[in-house]
Design a protein around this ligand. Structure first.
Ligand code: ATP
Length: 508
């Protein structure tokens, strides 16, 4: 019926205008201009509010997703368990209304990027047999006051309509990067943000137990601490689930999930890859599996081998190899620098080097990949001092062999300084327990210099005792470019033994 009215109006008004202009003789031109202006303005406002297009993609339009179950999410056992417990409130509808429990309206998933928050939201929709609509916080950001708020209204409306159309009793709305619209309202920011957040709060307050379809809002953020307290109070996003980087078991699980559709060589040990990919997120692990498949395909191999996976870890960690040409002297310097890190690592934490490489990747001219035997979440002063020594090992080696350093140690110093910072802030230095933010730059400089100088002296002395090992390993590294952890360790042992023999012979 509404369409009919629209079509009749579209036909009737032009005829009326023509009639008045030519038959009756009225001047209709100003009116036509005025109407064209109004229609144009309406069009702009509507397209900004709803269907703005960016690079051909519809912006602000909720996205649907294919069903996904919790089994397809690796690791995150605690997050999955907490989420399922929360979702059971939604599933056991009769029981919760019998006990007069208010509905669960919002669940906040907080954690680093790529850890599976979107996957969890999709799995939540599948588990509760709900329709799933997703949007990202940045899609609600506009210069024009009120546009973001109207998009929020549309999002909820769309979720309800979709649920009705699909004949489902509930809908899950997922808002990624919720911090973009849900940041603290301190009066300093744009009024548009406040209106968008207010609209979100209003929509959440409008969710009732008896409503059909029931709506569950899942928000995701990497910066929970920036969210406005109004959003986090009971009755809104009152379930907070931490979605952290996976531990070794989790990484192994994620790798297995992404290996399902890929041919793996029998020799592949995914457990070892999980060990070597400490600190990787689920998204990075997915990328490791994908890149390894690309390497295997490029080499026309039948299946993915351990070497392909190892190359893929390097690529994901450091970026693609670059074709930077370097001189022989430069290569030797880089090799000695990397050997400095690697030998320091083996001295401080035996068995921890997983690869030493001389090939330039990203910004680095060479690199050492470490392989922590265990995931650590708590660090002692001794452990952190060891980390500083490993970070300074490259510069120490350059000093030993060239009498000075190069710009290649810049990143290492940044790393060492950030360890010092966390030592100071955790009360692990001679300063005792201290608030880092109250310290003057001078005091920071003094403590940093004292710790770094002390560790630099220690590592220089340790490396000086193994100077011969450097020279023996240098040629092998320059010739082979990449040394795996086991090969590097056997080289070290052989060289140590050879040096000892030489020493004994020269003494005799
Ligand atoms: P962001 O905060 O950047 O939005 P996110 O936490 O929402 O990231 P997802 O979008 O869920 O991360 O994950 C991105 C991709 O990484 C997924 O499509 C999947 O391939 C992979 N992935 C991440 N975590 C896992 C996991 N736990 N199990 C399996 N795959 C995962």
């Amino acid at each position: 019926m509404r369409n009919y009215i629209k079509e009749i109006a579209l036909g009737f008004f032009p005829v009326l205008i023509l009639f008045l202009q030519f038959i009756v003789g009225l001047n209709m031109i100003p009116l036509v201009f005025f109407m064209a202006l109004v229609v144009g303005l309406l069009y702009v406002v509507r397209s900004r509010g709803n269907l703005a297009t960016i690079g051909g993609e519809r912006k602000g339009k909720p996205r649907a997703a294919a069903p996904l179950s919790f089994d397809e999410i690796g690791g995150q056992e605690r997050a999955k368990q907490e989420l399922v417990e929360a979702l059971d409130f939604l599933v056991q509808e009769e029981r919760i209304s019998k006990f007069g429990i208010r509905p669960l309206k919002g669940i906040l998933l907080a954690g680093p990027p790529g850890t599976g928050k979107t996957l969890l939201a999709k799995a939540a929709a599948t588990y509760t047999d709900s329709v799933y609509v997703a949007a990202s916080g940045s899609e609600f950001v506009e210069m024009y006051v009120g546009v973001g708020a109207s998009r929020i209204r549309d999002l909820f409306k769309e979720a309800r309509q979709k649920a009705a159309k699909a004949d489902k009793g509930s809908a899950v709305i997922f808002i990624d990067e919720i911090d973009v619209i849900g940041g603290k309202r301190d009066g300093g920011q744009h009024k548009e943000y406040d209106q968008t957040l207010n609209q979100l709060l209003t929509e959440m307050d409008g969710i009732h137990t008896t409503d059909k379809p029931r709506i569950l809002l899942i928000g995701a953020t990497n910066r929970k601490e920036t969210l406005d307290s109004a959003l986090l109070r009971p009755g809104r996003f009152d379930r907070h689930i931490t979605v952290d980087l996976p531990d070794k078991k989790g990484r192994d699980h994620i790798l297995r999930i992404h290996a399902r559709n890929k041919p793996l060589h029998d020799e592949v040990n995914l457990g070892k890859i999980a060990e070597e990919s400490f600190g990787f997120s689920g998204a990075q692990l997915e990328s490791v599996m994908n890149e390894s498949a690309i390497y295997a395909m490029r080499e026309e191999s039948e299946a993915i081998s351990q070497r392909h996976l190892s190359m893929a870890i390097d690529k994901v960690m450091m970026g693609e190899k670059t074709d930077r040409e370097s001189t022989k002297e430069e290569r030797e310097r880089v090799a000695l620098h990397e050997l400095g890190h690697a030998i320091a690592a083996e001295l401080v934490r035996p068995g921890s080097v997983s690869q030493v490489a001389l090939s330039p990747r990203g910004q680095a001219l060479g690199y050492v990949r470490h392989n922590p035997q265990q995931d650590h979440y708590l660090y002692t002063q001794e452990f952190l001092e060891g980390q500083i020594m490993i970070a300074l090992g490259g510069a120490a080696a350059e000093e030993l062999f060239y009498g000075g350093r190069s710009t290649g140690s810049r990143g290492d110093f940044d790393q060492a300084m950030s360890i010092v910072r966390s030592m100071v802030e955790s009360g692990l230095t001679e300063l005792g327990i201290i608030d880092g933010s109250m310290m003057t730059p001078d005091r920071w400089a003094t403590i940093t210099r004292s710790i770094l100088d002390e560790q630099m002296d220690r590592i220089k002395q340790m490396l000086a005792e193994h100077k011969k090992v450097f020279l023996h390993s240098l040629d092998v590294l320059v010739a082979e470019e990449t040394l795996g952890g086991d090969r590097f360790r056997s080289l070290l042992q052989n060289n140590e033994a050879a040096s000892d023999e030489q020493d004994q012979m020269s003494m005799a």
